[in-house]
Design a protein around this ligand. Sequence first.
Ligand code: FBP
Length: 550
Amino acid sequence: MIKTLQTTEISPLQKARHEYKPKLPKSLKQGIKNLKVVEGETTSAAGDAEDIKTMFPHIFGSKVVTFEPNGTNAAQITVNVGVILSGGQAPGGHNVIAGIFDALKEANPENKLIGFLGGPSGIMEGKYKEITADYMDEFRNTGGFDIIGSGRTKLETEDHFEKTWQTCKNLGVSAVVVIGGDDSNTNAAMLAEYFKSKGANIQVIGVPKTIDGDLKNEQIEASFGFDTATKVYSELIGNILKDANSAKKYWHFIKLMGRSASHIALECALKTQPNITLISEEVAEKNMSLAQIIDYMADIITKRAQKGKNFGVALIPEGLIEFIPEMKHLISTLNDKLATEEVKKELASLPGQEIPYIKGLLTGKDSNLFNSLPRDIQLQLMLDRDPHGNVQVSRIETEKLLTEMLKAKLTGVKFASQTHFFGYEGRCAAPSNFDADYCYSLGYNAFALIQAGLSGYISSVRNLTKSSDQWIAGGIPLTSMMNMEKRHGKMKPVIKKALVELDGKPFRKFSEKRETWALEDCYVYPGPIQYFGPSEVTDITTETLQLENK
Ligand code: FBP
């Protein structure tokens, strides 16, 4: 039924996808009213347990839970649930909301779902939209976060929490679902702790979102969106590999999104087998300088040229720049300088003279490195930080920096290059079958956690390489994923970011193969995401998940 899809014209594929019925794990399939809550082990923290316990006395040490069918009927109380989309878009966000919506209406048709508009600022400012059945229908199985919008405002101070509480009181909201990455789920834990400490009867549940794939652990096998985004990028990389191998005249340098970890670059490399892939975590581990990275790439380009191959494809993770130890030092110095009011004022009064002014503030190795960079990169390194204090790596053209430096290095070699950045292209794609099912299950499960009376939990659906009916649904205490890290010079409780593990199976497979991939043309063409057809084509999971779960 697509009678409600009236707002904009839609494509035949959108019409067909609208009819798709996302699959649920067996435990949830029997209905929201028949769930049995099974308590597992008591949890601690990912690190610094004593500090985390002191900071989260009300939610620390809760038990892992899983859901099983054939439970007793839940009490039919009426609840209003609020939902927030936080941070960067990730395919499947709409299905998380659809899962929450369907579960809460199934539990009690009087229940309401309130969507807070534009991210966490929506709940602080009381900007919302009630999600009705008709409105929800328009967004099922679609990409984007346009159902309610997203934002990067942080919910972290007492004032923010008070405002949030006031909005919840005004709207009778007794549970809030935060769909976000590691930072947003850290803030969800703080909000859950705040509500409990105040005796406010408001539950907080997180949902693991980010295309970057760095919000994962034993219980959270993957963050949603990673599957679809990497499939989109791999399709594009596959097309470029074909073009490179056809024209045989260009080296293509492709920067791939993923603010910090290199999971996206690694997954795309495993899928497509290009000639060069840099992995930021390895660069950091080997303490490589920018010059050494250039040497490594120049060596492969030269060896291929000697074989008459003046073409190739290189993948560059977006976060690389921050993992090169000397760059990391420079960025950290710049962060400190740019954060002071004095420097901010000076910069504002010196339009056009920012670079010489900053140069005057740097000393030693920082100064040498900054001076060696092209002007555009110098300016990009000085751009405003995001609200979490991160350098906006998506705005730093690392791919261009590397090609410029390679051009200077490869004097006797025929070398023509093209640069690309694949990031936003993948974040709002219509979710793959995997993400459509996974997200719907995460959302449905989030309401199951609410119904079980839990707070300070993240929705967990695992056993993901098996068919969806064998997935295991439950909840993980957010504090069990936290440790203490230095942020803006202060130790803070945060959810531990999962970086690429160099002794993990995905990286090991890549490092066994990369020498062959560098010189031979072992290119694989994954093609576009398929929504219809044989299951081995439509339901395939990521290489990362398959290798990690082997
Ligand atoms: P989240 O961590 O919020 O999921 O965002 C991921 C991301 O897509 C990164 O890969 C990228 O660096 C960043 O968002 C870009 O941010 P913006 O959308 O603000 O340009």
